[in-house]
Design a protein around this ligand. Structure first.
Ligand code: ADP
Length: 738
C-alpha cells in the first residue's frame, strides 16, 4: 500500500550548500573537507545520482576513518546506506545504517543518532514491512531528537510514528502523534509534510467514520499534492480517498480518484522504471563503487587486524625480550654463583688436603705418643709390681696386708690397661704378625683354666672344659694370641657370672689336607647382655653400665678379641639374653702337619740349667730396675755388677771380663744398641742380652745388627733369664769348640 514511501519520508541528509572543492592531498583531508564531501554525496543522492553519491561517500568514509572521526564515519555510512536504500537493496542498507549507528553511538551527537534511528525505522517499517522493529527505531529516534530539542526532527519522527501505527491498524496509539503533528504543522511542518499530514487525517477520520471530515482532509491533501512536488504522497491521497468514497457509496467519484491514482502511479512507476533503466546502464560503474566501499571495509578490517597483529607481535617481542633478559640475568647469576662456589671449593679442597695431612701427621703422632707413653708407663709399673713382689717375699708377715694387696692389684690393673692399649695400637698399625708354633689345644685350654681358677673361685663359678677328641693332638698356629682371646672371653664370662658355670667347648669343624678348622664356644649362665648393647660391646672402651656389679675392666677386652680374630681371618658371634647368659663363638683355621709338628717339638730347647755361678754385668739406668735385677741374679747365687750407662759399661769392660752382659735398651746419652755395637767393635764377644719393655719382634732386627745375642722382656722370670744365659754360654762353647 505504501511502497516507495522513502521518497516522501524524509531521508535525513544534509542538503546544505556544497563545500568548496578540496585542494588538500588525497591522503589527508580535514574534518571540514570530509563534511563537505558528505554533503556533496547527499546532494547527489537527492538527485538519484547514485554513482556520484557512492563515489563521494566512499571518499568521505576513507578519510573519516583516517581521521578516526566517529561522527564523520557515521555520516558516511548513513549516505552509503541511503544509496543502497535508493537502489532497493534493503538488506545492505540496513547493514550500513546499523554500522553508522554503531559509530554514532560512540559520539555525543544525538542528531546523527536520531537520523540513523529514523532511517532504520523507515526501512524496517515501510520497506521491510517489519513495523514492530521500525517502531522501536522511531521511538529511539524521537528520544534522541527530544534530547537536543530538535523540533523539526521531532515533528518528522512523530509523523512517521502516526503513519506506522495507522498502517498496522493501531489508530489508538497513532492518534496522539497525529494530534501533535496537527498542532505543530504550522511551526515545524513544511510543504513536504503537508500532503502526508492531510492524508493521515483523512485516513484517521475515515476510520472514525467521520466521513465529511475525512473527505475535506483528502480534498486538501490532493489540492496540496497537485501544487507541490510530493507526487508519491499525492498518489496515496488519491488511493485512500477513493477507498473512502467506495465506503460511502459515491462510486463515481471513487472511480475518478482511483483513475487519478492509477495514472499518477503509472507515471511514478515509469519514473522508477527509467531510474532503474538508468541504473542498469551504470550498473557496472555502480558495482565498482560498491566494491570499493566494500574494499574500504575490508581494508579497514585488515588494517585493524594487522594493527592487532603488530600489537601482538610487539607484545610478544617485548615478552620474549624480557624472558631473554631474565634468562641472561639468571645465567649471569648462576655463572657468578658457580665461580664463587668454585673458588670456595678450591679453597676448601686446599684446606681439606692440609687438614688431611695434618690429621695424618696428628694420627701418627698420636699413635707414637700412645706407644711411647705406654712404654714409659710400663717400666715404672713393672717396678711397682716387682717391688711389691719383693716386699711380699721378704716380709712374709705382710702377706695378709690389705694395703699391699690393693697396691699389687692396682699396679697389675694399670699394667694390664697399658698393655691392652699398646696391643690395640699395635694391631691397628698392623704391627702384629701371627707366629707359627706347634701346640696341643687341650694343654693350652687347661693352662687357661688353671690360671683363671682364682677368678672362678672368687665368683663361685665352675669352669667345665669339653674338647672334641677328633681334634688332632698337635696344631700349628699362634697359640699365644689364641690364649689371649680365650683368656679375655673366659675371664669376662667369670666376671659376669655369679655362682654359675662357664663352659669352654672346642669342636672339630673340618679336617682336610693340612687344614683344621676348630670351633670355640665360651658359654656362661651369667647376667647376659641386652640386645641393644650387643653391637656396642666390641668397640673400644665400651663398658655397659651395670650398677649392681662392681668389677674391674678396661673396656678393651672384646675390642682386642675382635681385632685378634681378624688377624686369624675369623670373626666372633654372640648370642645372649639378659639374665640368662652369654655365648661367644668363633672358628679358627689352624695348620695341621704332623711332620712339621714333630720337627718343631724336636727343636724346643731342653733345660740347660747347671746351677753354675755366673759373673754378670748389668747396664741399666733405672734405679728400681737395678734393685730388682740385682735381687733376681743374686737369688741364683750369681755375681752382679751394675753400671748406670753405656760409657760406664765400655769402661768396665776394658778392665774386667764377664760371662754375660744384661743391657737395657732405653738409656740416656748412649742407648743399648749403640753400647753393644761399640762393645762388638772392641772385639769383645761376651753374650749380650737385651732387656726391654719392647716386644721382641719390634726390636729384633736392630738388636741382631747391633750384636745382641738374645732379647728378654721385662719383667722377666729368673728362670727365663738363666735359661737364656745357659743356652748362650753353651752355644759359645760349641762355637769355640768348632
Ligand atoms: P671389660 O674390660 O669391661 O670387660 P670388654 O670389652 O671385655 O671390657 O667387655 C665389654 C663389656 O661387655 C663389659 O663391660 C660387659 O658389660 C660386657 N660383657 C662382656 N662379656 C660378657 C659376658 N660374658 N657376660 C655379660 N656381659 C659381658
Amino acid at each position: 500500500m505504501y511502497n516507495g514511501i522513502q521518497i516522501i519520508l524524509l531521508i535525513l541528509f544534509s542538503l546544505n550548500t556544497l563545500s568548496s572543492q578540496s585542494n588538500t592531498t588525497e591522503d589527508m583531508l580535514s574534518n571540514k573537507e570530509i563534511l563537505g564531501l558528505i554533503k556533496q554525496s547527499s546532494s547527489f543522492l537527492h538527485e538519484y545520482k547514485f554513482e556520484n553519491s557512492f563515489e563521494i561517500s566512499r571518499k568521505a568514509l576513507h578519510h573519516a576513518i583516517i581521521n578516526k572521526d566517529n561522527y564523520l564515519i557515521a555520516r558516511s555510512y548513513n549516505n552509503i546506506a541511503a544509496n543502497y536504500q535508493g537502489l532497493a537493496e534493503y538488506d545492505k542498507a540496513i547493514f550500513y545504517f546499523v554500522k553508522g549507528l554503531l559509530y554514532a553511538n560512540r559520539t555525543n551527537n544525538d542528531t546523527i543518532k536520531s537520523w540513523l534511528n529514523n532511517n532504520l525505522g523507515n526501512l524496517y517499517g515501510f520497506d521491510k514491512n517489519q513495523f514492530s522493529t521500525g517502531l522501536k527505531y522511531y521511538k529511539k529516534a524521537l528520544w534522541h531528537s527530544e534530547k537536543t530539542n530538535d523540533s523539526a526532527q521531532i515533528y518528522v519522527t512523530k509523523l512517521n510514528l502516526a503513519w506506522a501505527y495507522f498502517y498496522i491498524g493501531n489508530f489508538e496509539k497513532g492518534e496522539p502523534y497525529l494530534n501533535f503533528i496537527n498542532v505543530q504543522q504550522k511551526k515545524f511542518g513544511s510543504e513536504k509534510t503537508a500532503v502526508a499530514l492531510n492524508m493521515l487525517n483523512g485516513v484517521f477520520y475515515s476510520h472514525k467514520n467521520e466521513y465529511n471530515k475525512a473527505r475535506s482532509y483528502f480534498v486538501k491533501a490532493i489540492a496540496l499534492g497537485n501544487q507541490g512536488k510530493e507526487k508519491q504522497d499525492l498518489s496515496y491521497a488519491y488511493d485512500e480517498y477513493s477507498k473512502l468514497l467506495f465506503k460511502i457509496g459515491d462510486y463515481k467519484k471513487a472511480y475518478e480518484n482511483m483513475a487519478a491514482f492509477n495514472k499518477l502511479n503509472n507515471e511514478l512507476t515509469d519514473f522508477k522504471k527509467l531510474r532503474k533503466a538508468n541504473l542498469e546502464g551504470i550498473n557496472l560503474e555502480l558495482d565498482e563503487y560498491k566494491r570499493k566501499v566494500n574494499t574500504i571495509e575490508t581494508e579497514k578490517e585488515l588494517q585493524y587486524q594487522s594493527l592487532k597483529k603488530s600489537r601482538i607481535i610487539v607484545v610478544l617481542f617485548i615478552a620474549a625480550l624480557i624472558v631473554l633478559l631474565l634468562l641472561l640475568y639468571t645465567l649471569y647469576k648462576s655463572y657468578r654463583f658457580k665461580q664463587k662456589k668454585n673458588k670456595e671449593l678450591t679453597i676448601t679442597n686446599k684446606e681439606l688436603s692440609v687438614a688431611k695431612e695434618n690429621a695424618e701427621v696428628a694420627s701418627l703422632q698420636k699413635s707414637q705418643f700412645v706407644s711411647t707413653i705406654s712404654h714409659e708407663l710400663r717400666t715404672p709399673l713393672y717396678g711397682v709390681v716387682g717391688i711389691t713382689n719383693m716386699l711380699l717375699d721378704e716380709h712374709k708377715e705382710l702377706a695378709n696386708s690389705p694395703h699391699l694387696s690393693s697396691l699389687k692389684f692396682s699396679a697389675r690393673y694399670l699394667l694390664s690397661l697399658v698393655n691392652d692399649v699398646l696391643q690395640i695400637n699395635k694391631i691397628e698399625e698392623n704391627r702384629i704378625v701371627l707366629e707359627n708354633m706347634t701346640f696341643n689345644i687341650s694343654d693350652e685350654i687347661n693352662m687357661i683354666k688353671n690360671s683363671l681358677s682364682f677368678l672362678a673361685k672368687n665368683h663361685d663359678n665352675k669352669i667345665n672344659v669339653y674338647i672334641d677328641p677328633a681334634i688332632p693332638e698337635y696344631l700349628i698356629g699362634d697359640k699365644l694370641r689364641l690364649s689371649q682371646i680365650l683368656i679375655n672371653l673366659v675371664s669376662n664370662a667369670l666376671k659376669f657370672t655369679q655362682s654359675g658355670e662357664v663352659k669352654i667347648k672346642v669342636d672339630l669343624v673340618k679336617l682336610e689336607d693340612k687344614e683344621c678348622s676348630v670351633k670355640f664356644n665360651i658359654e656362661d649362665n651369667g647376667i647376659g647382655i641386652a640386645k641393644e648393647d650387643q653391637d656396642k660391646i666390641f668397640d673400644t672402651f665400651v663398658q655397659i653400665g651395670r650398677k649392681e656389679i662392681d668389677y674391674q675392666g678396661t673396656g678393651l677386652g672384646l675390642a682386642i678379641v675382635k681385632r685378634l680374630l681378624n688377624l686369624f681371618d675369623s670373626s666372633i658371634s654372640l648370642e645372649s639374653e639378659a639374665g640368662k647368659g652369654t655365648k661367644f663363638t668363633f672358628v679358627i683355621k689352624f695348620e695341621h702337619d704332623s711332620t712339621k709338628s714333630v720337627e718343631m717339638i724336636n727343636n724346643i730347647e731342653v733345660d740347660l740349667g747347671t746351677n753354675q755361678v755366673f759373673k754378670i754385668l748389668v747396664v741399666e739406668d733405672n734405679k728400681i730396675n737395678q734393685v730388682i735385677i740385682k735381687k733376681i741374679i743374686e737369688k741364683q747365687n750369681s755375681n752382679c755388677i751394675i753400671v748406670n750407662d753405656g760409657f760406664a759399661a765400655l769402661e768396665i769392660l776394658d778392665k774386667d771380663k764377664f760371662d754375660v752382659i744384661l743391657m737395657d735398651i732405653n738409656m740416656p746419652i748412649i742407648n743399648g744398641f749403640e753400647t753393644t755395637r761399640r762393645i762388638r767393635e772392641k772385639g769383645i764377644n761376651t753374650p749380650v742380652i737385651a732387656l726391654t719393655a719392647f716386644n721382641k719382634e719390634e726390636i729384633s732386627e736392630e738388636a741382631i745388627s747391633a750384636g745382641f745375642d738374645d732379647i728378654i722382656n721385662k719383667p722377666f722370670e729368673s728362670e727365663a733369664l738363666f735359661k737364656s744365659i745357659n743356652y748362650l754360654l753353651l752355644r759359645q762353647e760349641t762355637l769355640s769348640l768348632n
